[in-house]
Design a protein around this ligand. Structure first.
Ligand code: SF4
Ligand code: MG
Length: 321
């Protein structure tokens, strides 16, 4: 039940409640070892904030975070530092996340230095990392500006893997890249997942990319989780009207099975002042009176545990429970 509310400055003089931006507003999910969980939604839906909360780069306003069974919600200091080795992040814009004054060697070595990896080991590890991400040893002495966008993301990936993490949060890692390069980087990330036994949370707004790489997918709207489940189930049989609308905009591989395009009306409401009841009701094509008044609960909508939060989603009762 994670929440992250950011306080807002412009407080109205007589308003009783302190104004807050509800970036993440009570999400519950789990990520299984070795899987890729895709986290999708429009920009501003809170997916990046959710990723940063999982890594403890941000403190939650409410809720708990567990890593390998351990409650890490209030871990600080040395304990948090240790945890950092196991959890890493790959950023959207590799250029902005690389120090322009540091060579590639220094960039990739830095985390190992901070965590006191012996010098001899560091060098070996660096060579191995460059090799697995598809860069050559001659690249070591060069600076970030000498590389293409795709190569820079390879450098970012190598750095994220330097300490052998278990969980990697990938925050729109290919969104800034040319479409032709995106596939190469995605394929590389899949290879590395096998080689390094990685668990990914893959944040993106591009649903085709998420479909390709994810085992499960979680859909966010205005700081809340509206649907989660096996990626094939959610994509073939979305139960939440928001997921249906997002997917209706994605071209289908099978031309015989055209989806009807659902256009969302209205703008995305502000997370500082979200609609009452179901937050999606201002844009939902099938909203009824109850949607304004009451927030929907999560329902199990498939045998495999697909969940959706909509008053009109059909509930499936699990067999044998
Ligand atoms: Fe639409 Fe109502 Fe379902 Fe929300 S609860 S998604 S407004 S039908
Ligand atoms: Mg983002």
């Amino acid at each position: 039940h994670l929440k992250k509310h950011f306080p807002l400055k412009n407080q109205e003089l007589f308003s009783r409640e302190k104004p807050v931006l509800k970036a993440v507003d009570g999400i519950s999910l789990s990520v299984n070892t070795g899987e890729t969980l895709g986290l999708v939604g429009e920009s501003g839906c809170g997916k990046s904030t959710a990723g940063r909360l999982m890594l403890k780069l941000l403190e939650p306003t409410e809720g708990e975070i567990y890593f390998k069974g351990q409650d890490i919600t209030s871990v600080q200091g040395e304990q948090l530092r240790k945890l950092r080795q196991d959890m890493q992040i790959i950023f959207q814009d590799p250029y902005a996340s690389l120090n322009p004054r540091k060579t590639i060697e220094k960039t990739i070595m830095e985390p190992m230095k901070i965590f006191n990896v012996p010098k001899s080991e560091r060098q070996k590890k660096l060579d191995h990392l460059l090799d697995v991400v598809g860069l050559s040893p001659q690249h070591k002495e060069r600076y970030p500006h000498e590389f293409s966008g795709g190569q820079r993301q390879r450098i970012g990936i190598a750095r994220a893997l330097a300490l052998d993490p278990e969980l990697v949060i990938c925050d729109e890692p290919v969104s800034a890249l040319d479409v032709s390069i995106q596939a190469q980087v995605i394929n590389l990330m899949e290879e590395l997942q096998d080689e390094f036994n990685l668990t990914y949370v893959f944040i993106a707004h591009d649903l085709s990319v998420v479909y390709h790489i994810s085992d499960r997918v979680a859909v966010m709207y205005l700081g809340e989780l509206v649907e989660i489940g096996d990626v094939h189930e959610v994509y073939n049989n979305p139960q939440h009207p928001y997921t249906q609308a997002l997917l209706s905009a994605v071209p289908e591989a099978n031309p015989d099975h055209e989806r009807e395009r659902i256009l969302l009306t209205g703008d995305l409401p502000s997370p500082a002042n979200p609609p009452t009841g179901c937050k999606f009701h201002t844009r939902c094509p099938i909203a009824q009176n109850i949607c304004h008044a009451e927030a929907p609960r999560y329902k199990r909508v498939s045998e495999n545990g697909q969940m959706a939060a909509c008053h009109f989603a059909k509930e499936v009762v699990a067999q044998g429970t």
